[in-house]
Design a protein around this ligand. Structure first.
Ligand SMILES: CC(C)[C@H](C(=O)O)[C@@H](O)C(=O)O
Ligand code: SF4
Length: 426
C-alpha cells in the first residue's frame, strides 16, 4: 500500500496553538501549526452504507488489505435503511458480510444515523481523531474530537494503516456572547454562523466555537454539524457545560491564549431571532418572520442536525394538543433507536402522533432524497436538516427551507411557514 509521507519537522519555538493544532500535534508526531503536514493516529473510522461498496473495493482490490484495528472501524447502515431497491439491498448485504468477515462493528438498519450512533456508543471522545466517509463528520467536534469527512480512498487508507495524513487547517474563531432569548436555539445560532461565514467561507478551515458553558452535547452537535456547510474541515466546540460532566476532557484539547486565527467573529445571541435558510444555499439565511405565511407541503423533523430527543421535545412542546394542517404532511424520524426509545418512554412520540405526525425508521430518512418522503415538482418542504440544495430531497423544482424543530412544528400546524408564537407557543 501507499506509504504516508513524512510529516513536516517540528519548529524550534513553541507558539500558542488553536484547538485543531493542539489535537493534531498530540495525536501525531510533532508540534504542528496551520499549513504543516501532519501524520496522525486515527481513533475511529466510520463508513456509511452508501459508500460501503467502494470502501470494500478499495480495501480488498486496491490495497489488498484488512482493517489494522477492526475495533476502530464502524459501518453504519443509515442513509437508505431499510433498503429501497434491490441494488441497495445487495450493497447492504455485502457490507454485513464484510463486517462479519473482518470483525469491524456494524450498526444495522434502524440503529440510527451514523453521527448520532457513534456519539451514543462512545466512539467519538475528546481529543480523538474520527474520520467518516460522510461530510457531516465534523459533528464529532461537539465533544472536541477532530472529526472530518473524507472519500472512500482516504477512509480505506486510514482503516488499513490506522493513520491518516492531512494539512493542518487554519482556524476561524467564533465566539458566542450574550444569552439566547425564548424560542431561539442552537439551530438558529448554527444558521447565523453559516450566514456570517458564507457557504465557502471556511473552506478547509477549522471552525473553533467558543460557547462557554452554553449548550448540551446535542446542541453542540448541531453547531459542529453545520460547520461543513461553510466548507470547514472540522468544527470544534471548546468543551464546557455538560461535556465536562460527560467526558474526561484532557487539557491538551483546549486552544491556547494567543493562538493564530485567520478570522474571528462574534455572534451576539441576545439579538438573534429564529432563523431560516431559504432555497437553495444554506447561507441564504433570513429571519423566519420575513418568510412567514409561505404554503408548505411537507415538514420533516429529524436528521443528524436535529433528530435528537431534545429536538423532538421542542417539536412536541409546540404540537401538544394541536393538529397538523390537513394539507401538510409532518414526518418525524428520530436520529437513532436510542432517541426513539426515549421519546417513546416519555410520551413524546404519542404527542407527535396524536398531532398527526408520521413516524419513520431511525436513520437519514428523506434528507438526501433517496426514500421515505421525497418531494414532487413544485412542492415546498420545511426541514430541520442541513442542506437545501436544488434536488436534494427529490425533484429539482421542489424547494427546501431549513429551520429549528420548534419552527418546523409551528409550520406543520399552520401549513405555512410560522413561528411558535403564531400558534400561542413560545
Ligand atoms: C451519502 C453521504 C456520503 C453524504 C455526505 O457526505 O454528507 C450524505 O450524508 C449527505 O448528507 O449528503
Ligand atoms: S441525516 Fe442527512 S446530512 Fe445527516 S448523514 Fe444522513 S443524509 Fe447526511
Amino acid at each position: 500500500m501507499t506509504t504516508p509521507p513524512t510529516a513536516s519537522p517540528a519548529p524550534q519555538t513553541h507558539k500558542p496553538q488553536t484547538m485543531a493544532e493542539r489535537i493534531l500535534s498530540r495525536r501525531g508526531n510533532g508540534t504542528f501549526y496551520a499549513g504543516m503536514l501532519a501524520v496522525v493516529e486515527v481513533d475511529q473510522v466510520m463508513v456509511v452504507d452508501s459508500i460501503a461498496q467502494s470502501f470494500i473495493e478499495r480495501m480488498e482490490r486496491d490495497l489488498e488489505s484488512v482493517p489494522k484495528y477492526p475495533e476502530r472501524v464502524s459501518i453504519v447502515i443509515d442513509h437508505v435503511a431499510p433498503a429501497s431497491t434491490v441494488s441497495v439491498a445487495q450493497a447492504q448485504k455485502e457490507a454485513r458480510e464484510y463486517a462479519a468477515k473482518t470483525g469491524v462493528r456494524l450498526f444495522d438498519v434502524g440503529r440510527g444515523i451514523c453521527h448520532q450512533v457513534l456519539m451514543e456508543e462512545g466512539l467519538a471522545r475528546p481529543g480523538w481523531i474520527v474520520l467518516g466517509s460522510d461530510s457531516h463528520s465534523t459533528t464529532y467536534g461537539a465533544v472536541a474530537a477532530f472529526g472530518s469527512g473524507m472519500g472512500a480512498t482516504d477512509i480505506a487508507l486510514a482503516a488499513a494503516s490506522g493513520k491518516t495524513w492531512l494539512r493542518v487547517p487554519e482556524s476561524v474563531k467564533v465566539t458566542l456572547t450574550g444569552e439566547l432569548t425564548a424560542g431561539v436555539g442552537a439551530k438558529d445560532v448554527a444558521l447565523e454562523m453559516i450566514a456570517r461565514l458564507g457557504a465557502d467561507g471556511a473552506t478547509y478551515q477549522s471552525v473553533e466555537i467558543h460557547a462557554g458553558d452554553r449548550f448540551t452535547r446535542g446542541e453542540r452537535m448541531t453547531l459542529a454539524n453545520l460547520c461543513v456547510e461553510a466548507g470547514a474541515k472540522a468544527g470544534l466546540v471548546v468543551p464546557g457545560g455538560e461535556i465536562l460532566t460527560m467526558y474526561d476532557v484532557p487539557e491538551w484539547v483546549y486552544p491556547q491564549e494567543g493562538a493564530t486565527y485567520v478570522r474571528e467573529l462574534d455572534i451576539d445571541l441576545t439579538a438573534l431571532r429564529p432563523r431560516m435558510s431559504a432555497p437553495s444555499e444554506v447561507d441564504n439565511v433570513h429571519d423566519v418572520a420575513e418568510l412567514r405565511g409561505l404554503k408548505v407541503d411537507q415538514v420533516f423533523i429529524g436528521t443528524c442536525t436535529n433528530g435528537r430527543l431534545e429536538d423532538l421535545h421542542a417539536a412536541a412542546d409546540v404540537l401538544r394538543g394541536q393538529r397538523v394542517d390537513p394539507t401538510t404532511r409532518l414526518l418525524v424520524i428520530p436520529a437513532s433507536s436510542e432517541v426513539m426509545e426515549a421519546a417513546m418512554a416519555d410520551g413524546t412520540l404519542l404527542t407527535l402522533i396524536q398531532a398527526g405526525a408520521v413516524l419513520g425508521t431511525p436513520g437519514c430518512g428523506p434528507c438526501m432524497g433517496r426514500h421515505q418522503g421525497v418531494l414532487a415538482p413544485g412542492e415546498v418542504c420545511v426541514s430541520t436538516s442541513n442542506r437545501n440544495f436544488i434536488g436534494r430531497m427529490g425533484d429539482k423544482d421542489a424547494k427546501i427551507y431549513l429551520a429549528s424543530p420548534a419552527v418546523a412544528a409551528a409550520t406543520a400546524i399552520k401549513g405555512r411557514i410560522a413561528l411558535p408564537e403564531d400558534i400561542g407557543a413560545q
